[in-house]
Design a protein around this ligand. Structure first.
Ligand code: ADP
Length: 539
């Protein structure tokens, strides 16, 4: 017997058509290099998407071509997401903060045919273009008035590129399994690796990410992705925003600027914002200094790195609930979300805090297990910590052009994270496997030590790495940026960890720095810290 349901394909085109028809009046507000306050409707956006698709066809884009973007979050980037993927090309978003060599590697490895770029990155591309033989042309995402002088070969101005194009386009019927977009992982080890998303994986991820116990999105929301559109499709918000019909607010290059974020939140009545902890540290710091508030903001999805409890408490004071999420580029990115459950109301404040900093519960669609070094499955008892494996329709099965099998024989993907899972299914990420500190044969969770240190009032930011120790092989070293204007005291900070973490996890030493290196996606770069402190001798 066969099912009698229609074989409708799950494509990004279906999201676009739905949003155009049903949510056409929802607004998209952007900060761009040429306009700090650009606003238009979904209807306007998709009209320009059709013009863009026509322009792409005119210059010869073919199905399957990889088209690169080097751009911040704004409406033109949004238009590219839809015009490229819905006309059968692959939207390859590139992180412009990577080293120039990595960007050249990525463009060549993906064999990108054209590059769309913010004016900001034109000098970078000019310097690289000799090394990008496959690139046929460049489009600078600006208008004629702001178009920079450039030595880029076959360079176009975005607004001129689309200006005279018809605003109707016959969208192709795409197979839901065809590639829609790609994103390279930042390559903390080895060369960056390409993750290729499909229309189907994108639609399924968008549906589930919108659930009430995930990002909790509705047509009444105003969503501000402060996670870049060059990083895992801004965690899917450029798709699930239109899917539910929410207003979108794009902060452009002003991602970590507390003042701009506050202005956008208040002017546009942002209700839901998403980003890594560093961004929210900047926001809280600005709010505390200025005395301003963010009344409309209710739901902040924080992920990409562990969120310090102290940051959550600061945001509580602003009436903002921080919902932790966990995922990765290879998972589109969503795996887990931590939203408040009714039963948590009966917990003591301390128990509640323990629960809320966790990475959350698995969303429907992803399966997970934790295993020991011999691949034996570990119990969900909150204490057994092992390597986290996942599978699901939006988890990658291979890296682009890498022949090495990625999955184990049962189809599990190794996330490279260490985790413990409690009986309710709440996941605690204890570390990345490569950042784990092994002291006297036992693991120390750098994340938990960092979290405890962040609670000290003099600590602006904290990181913990393992440094060699003759007796214990490795011991944790706490590295701290003191809060501005305070005379931070090492003993006071180390003392404050007593009772918060296991005694033998407490570092013997604390180093003060004025800066902690971050990766291109805004996370603490443990690799760089380990290099920086390679010769450090513990006091
Ligand atoms: P990269 O950091 O290499 O750019 P991703 O952005 O894909 O790659 O990062 C995914 C990793 O970020 C996860 O494997 C995990 O180590 C870390 N991460 C993401 N969310 C959380 C979280 N809520 N708590 C702790 N770590 C997290």
């Amino acid at each position: 017997m066969n099912s009698l349901m229609m074989d409708s394909q799950l494509t990004i085109t279906s999201i676009m058509k739905h949003a155009d028809r049903l949510n056409g009046n929802s607004e998209i507000v952007s900060v761009t290099a040429d306009n700090p306050n650009h606003r238009y409707s979904y209807k306007d956006a998709f009209r320009r998407v059709r013009q863009l698709a026509n322009a792409m066809q005119t210059v010869g884009f073919k199905p399957g071509d990889r088209i690169a973007t080097l751009a911040w979050n704004d409406y033109r980037h949004f238009e590219l997401y839809y015009a490229i993927s819905c006309s059968g090309q692959v939207c390859h978003t590139i992180n412009p903060r990577l080293f120039a060599e990595q960007i050249a590697f990525i463009i060549n490895h993906a064999e990108d045919k054209w590059v769309f770029t913010d004016p900001l990155f034109v000098p970078l591309l000019e310097q690289l273009q000799e090394r990008l033989p496959a690139v046929q042309g460049y489009v600078v995402m600006t208008d004629k008035q702001h178009m920079p002088q450039t030595s880029l070969a076959n360079a176009h101005c975005y607004e001129t590129f689309i200006a005279d194009q018809p605003d109707t386009f016959d969208w192709p019927d795409l197979d839901e399994n065809s590639p829609s977009s790609m994103c390279y992982t930042s390559g903390t080890t080895g060369d960056p690796k390409g993750v290729v998303y499909s229309h189907r994986s994108t639609v399924l991820h968008s549906l589930v990410a919108s659930f009430p116990d995930a990002m909790n999105l509705s047509a009444n929301d105003v969503i501000m992705p402060v996670v870049p559109m060059f990083h895992v499709n801004a965690w899917g918000t450029a798709y699930n925003g239109p899917m539910v019909g929410a207003k979108l607010v794009f902060p452009g290059p002003k991602m970590a600027d507390g003042e701009t974020l506050t202005r956008l939140i208040n002017n546009e009545k942002v209700s839901c914002a998403l980003g890594v902890p560093t961004v929210w540290l900047a926001l809280v710091d600005y709010l505390n200094r200025s005395g301003e508030t963010v009344e409309s903001l209710k739901n902040v999805v924080v992920g990409g790195a562990a969120c310090p409890l102290s940051l959550m408490k600061e945001m509580d004071k602003q009436g903002v609930r921080m919902n932790v999420a966990w995922g990765m580029t290879e998972m589109s990115p969503l795996g887990c979300c931590n939203t408040p459950m009714d039963w948590m109301q009966d917990l003591s404040e301390q128990e509640f805090d323990v629960q809320r900093v966790k990475a959350g519960r698995l969303v429907y669609g992803v399966e997970m297990k934790i295993v020991d070094a011999d691949n034996n499955e570990l119990p969900w008892d909150a204490v057994s910590s092992g390597t986290l494996l996942v599978k699901g329709p939006w988890v990658c099965s291979a890296y682009y052009k890498l022949d090495k099998p990625l999955l184990d024989k049962d189809g599990w993907f190794n996330t490279g994270d260490m985790a413990a899972i409690d009986k309710y299914g709440y996941v605690t990420i204890t570390d990345r496997v490569k950042d784990v500190i092994k002291s006297g044969g036992e693991w120390i969770s750098s994340i938990e030590v960092e979290n405890a240190a962040m609670a000290h009032p003099d600590v602006q930011e904290a990181a913990v790495i393992g440094v060699p120790d003759p007796k214990w092989t490795e011991r944790p070293l706490l590295i701290v940026i003191p809060r501005e204007g305070v005379e931070a005291n090492k003993d006071s900070i180390l003392q404050s960890l007593q009772g918060k973490i296991a005694k033998w996890w407490i570092p013997e030493d604390c180093a003060f720095v004025s800066e902690i290196p971050h990766t291109a996606t805004g996370k603490i770069s443990k690799k760089d810290l380990r290099q920086q402190f390679a010769d450090h001798s513990l006091q």
